[in-house]
Design a protein around this ligand. Structure first.
Ligand SMILES: Nc1ncnc2c1ncn2[C@@H]1O[C@H](COP(=O)(O)OP(=O)(O)OP(=O)(O)O)[C@@H](O)[C@H]1O
Length: 425
């Protein structure tokens, strides 16, 4: 895919600082994920020209849009950037067709010319019957289709979507997701879509960019990210237990930072002595009343901290070394007579414990305390099941990751924003 633009530098809002080095490629859909306050909207606002960079540059289609040092700042309306917000933001006094053709009017086209430009997009987004309506006569799903048509009709080089499906009811959400997916796949420019929903990310994106605390912690294809999560947040998103530790190739095991040791499987990389991350699927962990004997190479004592029915599974939060989230069938739970507070033994085959190099790019937030698990799990589980449905290999069995890390040096201090270019908040 060819490069259409880039953002390299430091953006900010108030005391918040976002460090980004991002290449935008033609035809690529990038889902931007991260916890609340991570900097996702700041990234979009910076690309849109609503939030000037503090240092560095934004380029799009060979044009320099933002350069603090050279005092270049192309305003939002002169950027070839389309924007779709969660809250639609249609022009209330304009009809559906005139909303869709708005960017052409803004560029000086006549009303008739703008309507001509709008017509194919009104058709593609199945808005013909609503073409003469005003926004107040539309449902949420219809309004968002108009907003998407309006953004696409402007033929931008970069399309920015800020949680485009978040305000929709589940039915409209499913419908618009599938329509949006098709239009994004056909869109020739670059797309950045902020979402909190792994399903949206897995279904629509070619690449996931995960931001935490103003820094990119993971950037890769959905399959890569799901296979090798790098932080507790990402592990939760894709449904895996995650641990950090040190690999010992003599024993084939990993000494975990939070305590405990797991015999692990590695791919081809030489890992001896290295800091590694280790994943373990919750459904791959067996629960026993007594210490298991025989085959599983990993077994450890644990305490059941939480029990929750999630669809056709029961999810256990356990403390121990290591703590783990475990998925069982209701039959197995009944057979074992499991209750919160019970002491159990957990077991996992070495082939289910996958170790890979820890090439952390940023400071990590601390893992949630065990006492927070049930609520966190329940929220996460909804995403996971849907993600699993949407793309079989991903997110099936989302659970809470657990990473223990040593602190790393913090980011450099932000340079002061230059006077005239201060963020217009
Ligand atoms: N105008 C502002 N002044 C000061 N701080 C701000 C301003 N706007 C945003 N911030 C802060 O910048 C950080 C990043 O905000 P941002 O909206 O980019 O996060 P986000 O990842 O989009 O979060 P969410 O998922 O909650 O929408 C937050 O800590 C936020 O409080």
């Amino acid at each position: 895919m060819s490069e259409v633009g880039s953002l390299r530098g430091v953006a900010g809002a108030g005391s918040f600082r976002l460090e980004i080095d991002l290449t935008l490629r033609a035809g690529e859909v990038v889902a931007v994920l991260g916890p609340n306050g991570a900097g996702k909207s700041t990234l979009l606002r910076t690309l849109a020209g609503l939030n000037p960079l503090r240092s560095g540059q934004v380029r799009l289609g060979g044009t320099l849009l933002d350069d603090a040092e050279a005092d270049v700042l192309v305003p939002p309306e002169r950027r070839e950037v389309g924007l779709v917000f969660q809250s639609y933001r249609l022009f209330p006094h304009l009809s559906v067709t005139d909303n869709v053709g708005f960017s052409w009017r803004a560029r000086g086209a006549s009303k008739a010319q703008a309507r001509e430009r709008a017509a194919p997009w009104v058709r593609r987004l199945a808005l013909e019957e609503l073409a003469d309506r005003k926004p107040r006569q539309l449902s949420g799903g219809q309004s968002q289709r108009v907003a998407i048509a309006r953004a696409l009709a402007s033929e931008p080089q970069l399309l920015l979507l800020d949680e485009p499906l978040a305000a929709l009811d589940p039915r409209s959400r499913t419908e618009i997701r599938s329509s949006l997916r098709q239009h994004l796949a056909e869109f020739p420019g670059a797309v950045l879509m902020v979402t909190h929903d792994p399903v949206d990310a897995m279904v629509m994106a070619d690449r996931l960019l995960v931001i935490e605390q103003g820094r990119v912690v993971q950037d890769g294809s959905p399959v890569e990210v799901a296979r090798r999560p790098r932080t507790a947040y990402v592990a939760r998103l894709v449904g895996l237990n995650l641990y950090a530790g040190q690999h010992d190739s003599h024993t084939g095991s990993v000494a975990l930072e939070g305590g405990g040791r797991l015999v692990a499987t590695t791919e081809d990389e030489p890992l001896h002595g290295e800091h590694v991350l280790v994943t373990l699927r919750p459904a791959a962990i067996g629960v026993h009343r007594e210490r298991p004997s025989g085959s599983p190479r990993n077994s450890w004592p644990a305490r059941v901290e939480g029990l929750e029915q999630l669809g056709d599974r029961v999810r256990l939060a356990t403390s121990g070394e290591p703590p783990a989230v475990v998925d069982l069938t209701p039959d197995a739970v009944a057979e074992l007579g499991l209750q919160v507070g019970d002491s159990v033994w957990l077991a996992a085959k070495a082939t289910e414990v996958l170790a890979y190099p820890d090439t952390a790019q940023a400071d990590q937030p601390p893992p949630p305390a065990v006492s927070e698990w049930p609520a966190a799990l329940s929220r996460a589980a909804g995403h996971a099941r849907a993600a699993g449905d949407a793309r079989g290999d991903l997110g099936a069995g989302l659970t809470l990751g657990h990473v223990v890390r040593h602190p790393r040096p913090g980011p450099r201090d932000a340079p002061p924003a230059t006077g005239a270019r201060g963020a217009p908040e």
